[in-house]
Design a binder for this molecule. Structure first.
Ligand code: ATP
Ligand code: MG
Length: 394
């Protein structure tokens, strides 16, 4: 057991001491076996949600609810504890009509999407592997638990999850599972864009997005991605795309969009159809504009910031590998590095007002462009001149 699990043992103990079963489950168990970094340790139990509330009641051992799952806080960490359940019949390709609870671990594991996600592990580290997940992990295979066609019909998001895990882990999707993904793909029309966005972002960030995207193109699954109709040369994008495994979604999306050749109004439409956050949209636009320039200026690089500059130098590795060193050589990388601030302006008698922003902006530009040094005395003198000039020009 790794530390992440050891730290969570008190949660299992607490449930077991009250006479319930409790196991580690899902992605954390998979990642532990693969010796990958573990994100969230999820727990499954036969205690019902209201029973859990009674068990976890002290301040540092508190259960709060989050759509049917209980969040248990322990030593400043939070754990999702979910009651063993069986999904009812799916009526609309995504929502089970009803969920019923069960006392049987195997039933809970059987509703999970892939064999490699359907393990449970007890606190001694004993694995419960009813669906040959270990075997598939060894063979590096993504395979649905049970009949692929049925499992994809129940929830079409699982189709994208298959390609996401395939990219993330660099595993192959098993034949039957792959075939079913093609047969059921139209059901992706019923899946909420936000859920598709999450899986596709993880796919882009994975070890092998190239294989997933190529297969999704060949199987016609990309036709069900938001905004796909705006991409003019789909085959070029999806069959030749190569990822850079950044942990930043902004960077992975920028790279993907840079190669999609979507620009300006069609880019606005495309990002809109993915329902991205305004922040992400802004970052992508900024970076694409930067990439489109023959030679980004120092001010462009300052605006972009470190993360984006790294990404951009990686994206245009061939002709632009000095972008990152250009960024590093900037006189300042953040306004906080400027050797002057509002208090200094006030101390030399400039009345507080919007003019502060204008003066600082001007000083920032001059420092970045190398016109003046980032030195307090020099900046104060320049600020005074600015104040006089701006005051008279109005
Ligand atoms: P990650 O490392 O990205 O968090 P994960 O395996 O933990 O990967 P989650 O999306 O966090 O994936 O889901 C947690 C677990 O819940 C999965 O391992 C799987 O057992 C189950 N699960 C999640 N989504 C589905 C789904 N759509 N259908 C069936 N089971 C699912
Ligand atoms: Mg998870």
């Amino acid at each position: 057991l790794t530390n992440e699990f050891k730290e969570a043992i008190p949660v299992l103990n607490c449930l077991e001491n009250h006479g319930y079963q409790a196991y580690f489950v899902g992605g954390s168990v998979r990642d532990a076996i693969l010796r990958r970094p573990i994100h969230d340790v999820d727990i499954t139990t036969d205690a019902l949600p209201n029973e859990m509330k009674r068990i976890f009641k002290t301040a540092d051992n508190y259960a709060g609810e989050k759509h049917g799952t209980d969040l248990v806080f322990l030593n400043g960490k939070k754990y999702e504890v979910t009651t063993f359940r069986i999904d009812g019949k799916y009526l609309d390709n995504r929502h089970p009509k009803n969920v019923s609870f069960t006392k049987n671990l195997k039933e809970d594991l059987s509703r999970r999407d892939f064999t490699i996600n359907a393990f449970a592990m007890n606190q001694e580290g004993k694995l419960f592997d009813y669906f040959s997940g270990l075997n598939d992990l060894k063979k590096k295979i993504i395979r649905t638990v049970g009949d692929a066609k049925q499992r994809f019909s129940e929830d079409a998001l699982r189709i994208l999850r298959a390609f996401r895990f395939s990219s993330q882990l660099d595993f192959k999707i098993e034949e039957e599972t792959l075939r079913a993904s093609q047969m059921i793909k139209e059901n992706l029309n019923d899946i909420a864009t936000e859920r598709i966005f999450v899986e596709f972002s993880k796919l882009l960030a994975g070890k092998n997005p190239q294989r997933s995207l190529r297969q999704m193109y060949d199987l016609g699954i990309v036709d069900f991605l938001p905004g796909h109709e705006l991409i003019t040369d789909q085959s070029d994008l999806f069959r030749n795309y190569i990822g850079i495994q950044s942990s930043s979604h902004a960077i992975n999306w920028t790279r993907f969009i840079f190669f999609s050749n979507l620009r300006e109004s069609s880019l606005t439409k495309y990002l809109g159809s993915w329902k991205m956050s305004n922040q992400l949209k802004k970052q992508i636009f900024k970076s694409i504009n930067l990439l489109e320039k023959d030679k980004p200026s120092k001010l462009d690089l300052f605006d972009a910031g470190l993360e984006i500059s790294i990404a951009l130098s990686a994206i245009k590795r061939d002709d632009r590998n000095n972008l990152l060193s250009d960024y590093e050589n900037l006189a300042i990388h953040d306004l906080s590095e400027l050797d002057i601030n509002g208090i200094d302006l006030k101390n030399i008698g400039i009345p507080v007002g919007p003019i502060y922003g204008k003066i600082i902006e001007d000083l920032k530009e001059k420092v970045i462009l190398g016109k003046i040094n980032n030195n307090k005395q020099r900046l104060l003198k320049e600020a005074k001149d600015d104040y006089i000039n701006m005051g008279t020009i109005k």
